[in-house]
Design a protein around this ligand. Structure first.
Ligand code: ZN
Length: 409
C-alpha cells in the first residue's frame, strides 16, 4: 500500500514519462508565405507535423520543432504544380527525368501532357509514376503511341495516321488508371496531325466526354484555324501554348485576340502557357495582356529540347511573367491554386491549408539583371528571378535544399 502511494505521488510520475516529443517535425521560419488558395501573403512560420501542415503563424517556437529551416528573406509557397511537362524519360524522345527537373526545382506535382498513349501508359505508370519522388499525374494522349514517334530527327507525329487515335482504348486505359490520369491530351500541329486535326479532335472529345475529364489541346501551326479548333472546346478544357508566336496563335493579323478565343475563355476554357521550345513569345504576351487576356495557368512544357534553355524550369518560366508585370502573388497563383483547380488533383494540392499534405517550396526572389529568352529567341532583361532553394514533400525535406537547416534532429 505504501509503495502504491509512493508511485502515485507527484514528482515521481514525470520521471517515468518518455522525454517530451517536439510538437513539430519541421518548422520553416520567418519566410514570406504566399498561399493564393487562402489569399494569404505575409511573413509567417510554417509548422509541419506527421506529413501535414500543422500551423501557419508568426512567432512559433523553434524549440518545439525537431528540424528548423531558416527562410528569412525567402518566399515560401505551396509545392508548385506544373500542368505541362514531359517526363517519360527513355520512351518519348522529349522525355526528361522527373526528379532533377521537377521536385528538385520546387515543383512537387506535375501533369505529364500526353507523353503516353493507351499502348505506352502501362510503362509510364510502372517505370515513372510509381518510382519517382515527384508526384506525377498524366494526361493520356488520344494516340495509342503517345509521343513516341516525334523527335528532331524524325519530325512525324502521332496523329499523321488517324488509325492511332483510338477513343475506345483511351477510355479503357483511363478507367483503369483514374487515380493518376486526369484528362486527355491532343497535339494538332501539321507535323503531328497533318490534315486530320479536326477529326482527331473529335475523337479526343469523344474519349474525354465518355470519362468526364477535361481535354488539353496543343495549338500552333495547325492545318485548321485556331478559331475552328477552340470553338470545339468546352468549359474546363485547356488550351496549351496559348501565348505562342507565329502561326496559329490566339492573335489575328492585327494583334487582336481572336473573338473565338475570348468566347472560349468566357465559357470557361482555360488558357495555359506551356512555354516549350516553340510555344511562348514575349511579344504575344505583351500584345495580349493589355487586351485583358491573361493565362489561367503558367506551365513550363519542360522537355529534352528546352531544359537547357530557354525554359530551364518552372521557376524561370514564372520569373518571365514577373518581368511581364504580374505580381508575385499572381504568378504563384497560376502555378499553385489555379492548376490545382483545373484538374482533379487530390484535395489540398497547391495549398498550404492546415491539415493538408505538407508540400512546400522555398524560393529566393533574387534581384539582378536577368536575361530571359523566349521560344523565338527574343530577349528581355528582368530584375527578379525566382531561385529554388528547398522543397518539402509530404513533410519531408527533399535532399537538395540549399538553405541552412538550423537544427536537424
Ligand atoms: Zn508538350
Amino acid at each position: 500500500m505504501r509503495r502504491r502511494e509512493f508511485l502515485c505521488s507527484a514528482g515521481f510520475w514525470p520521471a517515468l514519462q518518455p522525454a517530451q516529443q517536439p510538437a513539430f517535425d519541421l518548422l520553416i521560419r520567418r519566410g514570406r508565405v504566399i498561399d493564393p488558395s487562402r489569399e494569404f501573403s505575409a511573413e509567417a512560420d510554417v509548422a509541419i507535423r506527421s506529413g501535414r501542415v500543422a500551423s501557419i503563424a508568426a512567432g512559433l517556437d523553434p524549440a518545439q520543432a525537431r528540424q528548423v529551416l531558416d527562410a528569412r528573406g525567402m518566399i515560401v509557397t505551396p509545392g508548385l504544380v506544373d500542368l505541362h511537362v514531359h517526363v517519360y524519360d527513355g520512351v518519348a524522345p522529349l522525355g526528361i527525368p522527373a526528379d532533377p527537373n521537377c521536385i528538385a526545382k520546387g515543383v512537387t506535382t506535375v501533369l505529364d501532357a500526353g507523353s503516353a498513349g493507351a499502348h505506352t501508359f502501362p510503362g509510364f505508370r510502372q517505370y515513372v509514376i510509381r518510382i519517382v519522388e515527384t508526384r506525377v499525374y498524366a494526361l493520356l494522349n488520344i494516340s495509342v503511341v503517345g509521343q513516341a514517334t516525334l523527335s528532331t530527327d524524325n519530325p512525324h507525329g502521332e496523329l499523321l495516321d488517324l488509325r492511332y487515335a483510338n477513343p475506345k482504348l483511351a477510355i479503357r486505359t483511363i478507367e483503369q488508371n483514374r487515380d493518376v490520369i486526369l484528362g486527355v491530351k491532343i497535339r494538332l500541329s501539321k507535323n503531328i496531325a497533318g490534315e486530320n486535326d479536326l477529326r482527331a479532335l473529335g475523337l479526343a472529345r469523344e474519349a474525354a466526354d465518355a470519362v468526364g475529364l477535361p481535354l488539353m489541346v496543343h495549338i500552333g501551326g495547325t492545318h485548321s484555324t485556331v478559331a475552328e479548333i477552340v470553338s470545339r472546346l468546352k468549359k474546363g478544357d485547356v488550351i496549351t501554348h496559348s501565348f505562342r508566336g507565329g502561326d496559329g496563335g490566339i492573335l489575328d493579323g492585327r494583334d487582336r485576340v481572336l473573338p473565338e478565343v475570348r468566347k472560349a475563355v468566357e465559357r470557361g476554357v482555360l488558357l495555359d502557357v506551356g512555354h516549350g521550345a516553340g510555344s511562348f513569345s514575349f511579344r504575344t504576351a505583351e500584345k495580349t495582356f493589355p487586351q485583358g487576356v491573361l493565362p489561367g495557368t503558367i506551365s513550363s512544357d519542360v522537355h529534352q529540347f528546352n531544359v537547357n534553355g530557354p525554359v530551364f524550369d518552372l521557376a524561370t518560366t514564372l520569373s518571365k511573367f514577373l518581368h511581364l508585370g504580374l505580381s508575385l502573388e499572381e504568378v504563384i497563383r497560376r502555378a499553385t491554386s489555379n492548376p490545382a483547380k483545373a484538374f482533379a488533383f487530390p484535395s489540398g494540392t497547391g495549398s498550404l491549408a492546415p491539415g493538408g499534405t505538407a508540400d512546400v517550396s522555398v524560393f529566393e526572389l533574387r534581384e539582378g539583371r536577368w536575361e530571359f529568352v523566349d521560344a523565338l529567341g527574343d530577349r528581355r532583361t528582368g530584375k527578379l528571378k525566382l531561385i529554388p532553394m528547398a522543397t518539402v514533400k509530404g513533410g519531408r525535406l527533399y535532399g537538395n535544399a540549399v538553405i541552412p537547416v538550423v537544427r536537424s534532429g
